[in-house]
Design a protein around this ligand. Structure first.
Ligand code: ZN
Length: 454
């Protein structure tokens, strides 16, 4: 009778160091870790050679869009793309599904849709809009991981942005729950850039000028004010402007609950290299100049930026305006869920980051942010057996055939990247192995409530 899996390699990442070890996996958890390569007839053995065995990636910023906009992306395809990319846990954004996750009823619909295609672990963010303040307390009690807000138009009309006063109206509710408040930081105002984009809708430079750093910087300043007044955990999503890094560093010393993420595309691409009409690169805030992005790399190294997540936000090719290349009209969101590890690692290794640092940035630190670090984000005895096995040296090309998310519009298409995922285990089950899906429906719906129960 086989009790579970026995995974071995000479590069198992345990407590920040790689070493030869064997992991015994059964009942969904890492039951035992032994030094060196051992054998047991009671377990199905996988000797992964020199490949790295590490905790599965945790992506806290994914737009899965189901129910309602499943033609953009759905749980089935997103979970498969995640597993193929070594991601074992995702937290879904409250938009762009229909309904948006701004009421208990909508949250129930989310859970129902997710439960049908739960191939990796899935949790959820709630949204705060001016119209749902009376639902917020219930939503935060129902098991979401926190609240997402926009400070500028979100891209869809059913998720309007809030103002500073809207946030202050619900501050006591946010304080009571003490869950992260995630802010899309752009505060728009009329300026020359918008006119430039109207005149040159195919120009990336015009698009970049239409969403300047000052929008982002002003919004971050507003969120720092909210932090100072309330002491709630404020989280800056997808940092793109490097202007306020020093201020953020100081503020984090004073307020350890302040956290910051960025995404692979903000540090893997530079504005100078983005061709005109290449709307697959359109996201908001925009990908900025090399000079700015070099500072983001320094902030990743020093820890000012806490972690790296995808902000996977796909749309059908018609909405991405791939044919016309019109940056003004194209959907602002990058589809790249599966590419995160190889894309980030390829550039990170050139920038002097170690594998160990990348694992912190893409798994352990995200687990801590989500308060999941008592079970996830590390290879430890008793932890959930959410595991990614990959070869950091192996190069491969991103093609239409090896992408699993719904629409293949992706800025990494055709790129040769380093770091190939070999196998993904979710809750102790082998989900993805040798470019194929082995078993599906192995994920768990995560709520803050059941996290605390375990
Ligand atoms: Zn997003």
């Amino acid at each position: 009778m086989v009790k579970g899996f026995l995974l071995k390699s000479s590069n198992v990442l345990i407590e920040g160091k790689r070493k030869e070890a064997s992991l015994f996996i059964s009942n969904g958890i890492i039951e035992e870790i032994l030094d060196g390569r051992v054998s047991s007839e009671q377990y199905k053995e996988f000797d992964f050679g020199e490949n790295v065995i590490m905790p599965g990636l945790i992506d806290s910023h994914v737009h899965i869009n189901e129910p309602g906009r499943t033609d953009w992306e759905g749980f089935d395809t997103a979970c498969k793309a995640a597993a193929a990319g070594g991601i074992t846990t995702m937290i879904d954004m409250p938009l762009n599904s229909t309904p948006v996750t701004t009421s208990i009823k909508a949250f129930d619909q989310k859970l129902k849709a997710a439960s049908l295609h739960c191939h990796v672990n899935l949790g959820f963010w709630a949204g705060l809009i001016p119209q749902n303040k009376s639902h917020l307390d219930d939503l935060l009690s129902a098991g979401v991981f926190g609240t997402k807000i926009f400070l500028t138009h979100s891209g869809i009309d059913d998720f309007p942005n809030v103002t500073k006063n809207d946030i202050l109206d619900v501050i006591s509710i946010l304080q009571n729950h003490n869950l992260p408040l995630l802010a899309h930081c752009e505060l728009d105002e009329d300026h020359e850039g918008i006119k430039i984009l109207d005149e040159n809708p195919g120009s990336y430079d015009a698009y970049l000028k239409s969403r300047p750093k000052v929008w982002e910087d002003n919004a971050i300043k507003l969120m720092l004010e909210v932090l100072e007044r309330s002491n709630i955990p404020v989280h800056i999503v997808h940092l793109s402007s490097a202007n306020l890094l020093q201020e953020l560093e100081l503020k984090k010393k004073e307020y350890p609950q302040l956290s910051i993420e960025t995404c692979p595309h903000y540090v893997c691409f530079d504005a100078e290299d983005i061709p005109d009409s290449a709307t697959q690169y359109k996201c908001a805030p925009p990908i900025r100049e090399k000079d700015n992005n070099d500072k983001l790399w320094s902030a990743l190294k020093s820890g000012i930026i806490d972690f790296v997540v995808s902000d996977h936000s796909p749309a059908p090719p018609e909405l991405k305006k791939i044919e016309s290349g019109n940056f003004k009209e194209a959907w602002g969101g990058i589809a790249s869920l599966q590419c995160g590890l190889p894309a980030f690692w390829t550039k990170a290794s050139e920038n002097g980051l170690s594998i160990e640092k990348c694992v912190q940035l893409m798994s352990s630190n995200v687990a801590r942010f989500l308060s999941l670090d008592q079970r996830k984000g590390h290879i430890r005895k008793g932890y959930d057996a959410d595991i990614c096995v990959w070869n950091p040296e192996e190069e491969f090309t991103i093609t239409l055939n090896n992408l699993h998310h719904k629409h293949k519009v992706c800025p990494y298409l055709g790129q040769k990247l380093k770091g190939k995922v070999k196998a993904t285990f979710v809750n102790g089950k082998l989900v993805y192995h040798q470019d194929s899906f082995v078993s599906l429906h192995s994920g768990e719906l995560l709520t803050r409530t059941n996290e605390y129960k375990k």
